[in-house]
Design a protein around this ligand. Sequence first.
Ligand SMILES: *[C@@H]1O[C@H](CO)[C@@H](O)[C@H](O)[C@H]1NC(C)=O
Ligand SMILES: *[C@@H]1O[C@H](CO)[C@@H](O)[C@H](O)[C@H]1NC(C)=O
Ligand SMILES: *[C@@H]1O[C@H](CO)[C@@H](O)[C@H](O)[C@H]1NC(C)=O
Ligand SMILES: *[C@@H]1O[C@H](CO)[C@@H](O)[C@H](O)[C@H]1NC(C)=O
Length: 775
Amino acid sequence: MAFRENRAAKSSVFSLFLLLQLLSLFCFSFKGISAQSPVFACDVSKNPNVSTFGFCNPSLDIAARVGDLVNRLTLQEKIGFLVNKAGSVSRLGIPSYEWWSEALHGVSYVGPGTRFSNVVPGATSFPQVLLTAASFNTTLFEAIGKVVSTEARAMYNLGLAGLTYWSPNVNIFRDPRWGRGQETPGEDPMLSSKYGSGYVRGLQQSDDKDPNRLKVAACCKHYTAYDVDAWKGVDRYHFNAVVTKQDLDDTYQPPFKSCVVDGNVASVMCSYNQVNGIPTCADPDLLAGVIRGEWQLNGYIVSDCDSVDVFYNNQRYTKTPEEAAAKAILAGLDLNCGSFLGQHTEAAVKGGLLNESAINKAISNNFATLIRLGFFDGDPNKQLYGKLRAKDVCTPGNQELAREAARQGIVLLKNSAGSLPLSPTAIKSLAVIGPNANVTKTMIGNYEGTPCKYTTTLQGLTASVPTVYQPGCPNVACGSAQLDDAKKAATQADATVIVVGDDQSVEAESRDRIDLHLPGQQALLVTEVAKASKGPVILVIMSGGGMDISFAKGDDRISSILWVGYPGEAGGAAIADVIFGYFNPSGRLPMTWYPQSFADKVPMTNMNMRPDPSTGYPGRTYRFYTGETLYTFGDGLSYSQFNHHLVRAPKLVSIPLEEGHICHSEKCKSIDLLERSCENLAFDIHLRVKNMGRMKGSHTVLLFSTPPSVHNSPKKHLLGFEKVFLTAQMEELVQFKVDVCKDLSVVDELGTRKVALGSHVLHVGSLKHSFNVRI
Ligand SMILES: *[C@@H]1O[C@H](CO)[C@@H](O)[C@H](O)[C@H]1NC(C)=O
Ligand SMILES: *[C@@H]1O[C@H](CO)[C@@H](O)[C@H](O)[C@H]1NC(C)=O
Ligand SMILES: *[C@@H]1O[C@H](CO)[C@@H](O)[C@H](O)[C@H]1NC(C)=O
Ligand SMILES: *[C@@H]1O[C@H](CO)[C@@H](O)[C@H](O)[C@H]1NC(C)=O
């Protein structure tokens, strides 16, 4: 989603806002209420005729209802249903519906479909997604989605929100500079897939478990290979991502596939950029072919705001706007965020570029989604979620989950002996320093909503011990650090917590970084304060991307380092929970931390995941990158020590091949996944995990595998992860089921999945086990 559309939509959103404000004032003074009612179709009380319409009849099946509705519409009316601000048809009892709402990590005010009011002034604001992903806890991903959809439904019932949410963002965090990396679940396709499908299930799954019903509709975006916003003059509206078939299939596509196939997501959004010369929203192979055809999307494909306009006006991909409209719809686009299809589709039909049947197909997908949401079932108050109201938003339980999510995500990167946790009873005075130490809005990142309330880091820490606060810099830009007061505070305190990092002025939508260092004089502030400190120094990095903090990693005076992402409304409380040892940290980095030299050397626009020795290109992410790192994917310490012991794993996996298969030769290095004999071939890995420490805590078992080096395969890749909670000295068996064809496969140079034959090595922590796969 975009600023472009925000620009276009802002004035209308603003006037709508004013109108609603006036309306609420009006209601307030004359009726003594300010709540509004939800938008829905088939309201018998407004139009008695609706009871005769098939599309209003919940006992008919979805296809029949959709067919009935489409048959009643004129061409102009149909075109009105191709855009986010959908048209109304009063003769049929259909009010205008706004498709654009957002709920990336809580119900958001970004998008005209949702707003806060005196009735619902805020919603629970969970950590920005990257930090939640760091929890490696699939139960948590789904639990957050469930709370968000409950709050969204409550707001819908009050006329404050829509039913269709354009979240989550499952693009791979390929480059540390990307300003939107914070919105994503990180750099690993498998973790991103688990996050995406889990969050989608939480948002969508109806409590009655009816697959034909949606609690709210989610949307996985931005399809595909979208992760450059604005870097050295290259912007997303013009960028052509040149992507190999191999990288597309084993890096960029998996999270989207998982959203559709595992998560049953109701929508996918195509992006602004081109992939290999074709705008994604105009690519029939990517949309109709893959999403609708291969993956069998049950729902609608929507454009980013306003991708169709972008590929016509910015990219000049077609000669006329009518051609652009026709190309998008024929490629498989169903809904246009923006107004472009509303303006140019009729002329495209009249000009013979497009048949009405293509429009019928598009709006049918949109209507089917609204039907599953209950939009055509009459009064929502009488439906499953009809009782939800303001009391169900920002409940103590929901806010506690926001704190819990932040605690589970926070990553301990460094901890010298005796540093953390701090004893809340022994510390008589704590110096709290840094430009992010007492920030509020910074904590919730972008695609935010108004939170229920904020707990800043300073407030969180002050709840346990007496503190002295010095920001040290007026803001994260930190043009000139105010060292004297900060050093003085550190000199006098028993321990020092320094909270530094970024905010939306450094990394954001339409704002990629150039520099991976801490901005301005933040590093100077950290070093000088650490030098002056009497006790342990805890460095807290609040950011949406990795940073080159080598100076701090190597500085003995800095005894501990925490990465806290953008930790959400309860971030400060969660940070204090970890610092004082009320909670044992268990987060793991969902992305590699590169040194500045990476940013100096590697163009952000190079989409290749694999290294190229001939040019010195180092590759990207833990799966391929060959250069130095500060920290890598999966890094993260605990206050306890966890040991792994392998209990069961195969030494040999044989794939029975059919007679006459061409692979019966010595030279064969891999076999096709399509091979029937490979189906349902699986084995178990059992590990004993023991908490060797004195503190209870959770531990994530990350199971990696290094395939044989054929087809430029990754150095290693994540096969699975399992998070377990263990009290002190407790031991538990952790089991993984490995599907030979799915999990051990690699993608070859042509984008075909193959099982590599030869020696595979499994890694869990420092434990390694190799086994042979042969035919
Ligand atoms: C209901 O249908 C009748 C007959 O077709 C029509 O005259 C009337 O205007 C309709 N009412 C509404 C509210 O559309
Ligand atoms: C429209 O439909 C006609 C008749 O089925 C078909 O011949 C023609 O190719 C279609 N045109 C487009 C642009 O799809
Ligand atoms: C910390 O931030 C909170 C919330 O903005 C504010 O109310 C408070 O005054 C700040 N504390 C200090 C010491 O500046
Ligand atoms: C995963 O998250 C859920 C929800 O917060 C929590 O109840 C559970 O304890 C977590 N699992 C582990 C192993 O920490």
